[in-house]
Design a protein around this ligand. Structure first.
Ligand SMILES: NC(=O)c1ccc[n+]([C@@H]2O[C@H](COP(=O)([O-])OP(=O)(O)OC[C@H]3O[C@@H](n4cnc5c(N)ncnc54)[C@H](OP(=O)(O)O)[C@@H]3O)[C@@H](O)[C@H]2O)c1
Length: 322
């Protein structure tokens, strides 16, 4: 079958190990099912895989891609949940120490077909295109869990999203607005601040700027560059929810005194559950909110999409269609 896969790793030139070619048709193990991929979206995770982060040599060749929407074996339209937990695991699959993401241990979604556990399929509403649905399982699911599960945010609460241009950050802004929150966002870049307003932020600020109000929660994916500002922006008892550290994990000042004195909460968040993916799909179906798609490419032109992401030339999701 047609597939886009990693053949080798390079930290300096990740695209050198990328192949757009053919791989054997997959055979689903017991309890797994085959999905015919109609659309799949690109994540930084795919670039990291080409750099050898999270993948070992003995896993190669590995079909890339975590996110997909397509048709199940009966022709139903589905979204694929990307978190694969151990068959013996029950409960929240993000807490399974043996979980993996598609394309880490099991072949990914940039192909004609992907095989996944039957329980990993979520129905795709007719109102949503395959391209829109394919944006949801990684960045958008991460954002959903950060806001509504780990953050516990409710309509009327105020949230700050750091680094507005990021893939998770754009999802956070759009979802927070759809969920009835007051949304503040920061970015280093004026053009990205304007785009943040267009996708749902009520107010935007330069990174590190003093805010007019203290917020109920901050959504962090930037890390070192914004951490101190995040802590200083919270009201007493507020929460910072963190799912990434793009600018680095080391801190000059962790703001520990503020954390205990103002009784702040620091909460980690990773991916999400199948149930949260189903709730996310329902939220978008009910509100008409849709993921921002930067561009849609035929999957055969996947290399162009990887190159754009590597160059940072993206606002929203890059989607590959079959
Ligand atoms: N835990 C999970 O399940 C999960 C899932 C997905 C992603 N992640 C992680 O989340 C992080 C974000 O991913 P992403 O795909 O959204 O990344 P991204 O698209 O590269 O965005 C990161 C954003 O961080 C901001 N930033 C970067 N360096 C900065 C600096 N020095 N100062 C201020 N802001 C800076 C930028 O915002 P501005 O340019 O607008 O300032 C940038 O747009 C990554 O670490 C990723 O690994 C985790």
């Amino acid at each position: 079958m047609f597939a886009v896969y990693a053949e080798s790793f390079s930290s300096d030139d990740p695209l050198s190990g990328l192949v757009v070619g053919e791989r054997p048709d997959p055979t689903p193990p017991d309890g797994w099912t085959t999905v015919t991929v109609k659309a799949a979206s690109l994540n930084h995770h795919d670039l990291w895989s080409l750099r050898g982060v999270g993948l070992k040599d003995d896993a190669l060749p590995m079909i890339l891609g975590c996110d997909a929407a397509g048709l199940d074996e009966d022709g139903n339209e589905v979204v694929v949940h990307a978190v694969i937990s151990d068959p013996a695991w029950s409960g929240d699959e993000t807490l399974d120490p043996r979980r993996s993401l598609l394309s880490e241990r099991h072949q990914g979604t940039f192909a004609d077909q992907v095989v996944v556990p039957r329980g990993n399929l979520v129905p795709k509403p007719a109102s949503m295109s395959f391209a829109e649905a394919a944006c949801l399982p990684t960045a958008w699911l991460t954002a959903y869990r950060m806001l509504f599960t780990q953050g516990g945010l409710k309509p009327g609460d105020t949230v700050l999203v750091q680094g507005a241009g990021g893939g998770v950050a754009t999802a956070l802004i759009t979802l927070a607005r759809a969920g009835g929150l007051t949304v503040l966002a920061t970015s280093r870049d004026e053009a990205k601040r304007q785009r943040a307003l267009e996708i749902g932020a009520h107010q935007v600020f330069e990174s590190g700027a003093r805010l007019p109000v203290k917020v109920d929660a901050v959504m962090e994916t930037v890390g070192r560059a914004t951490w101190s500002h995040s802590i200083r922006s919270l009201r007493p008892g507020g929460k910072v929810v963190i799912s990434g550290t793009t600018s680095g994990p080391q801190l000059d000042d962790a703001e520990l005194t503020r954390i205990f004195f103002l009784q702040l909460q620091v909460i980690g968040s990773t991916m999400g559950t199948r149930a949260e993916l189903a709730s996310l799909v329902n939220l978008l179906d009910a509100t008409g909110t849709r993921p921002l798609v930067d561009r849609t490419l035929p999957m055969a032109d996947a290399r162009d999409g990887f190159a754009a992401m590597a160059a940072g030339d993206v606002f929203g999701k890059i989607v590959f269609e079959r």
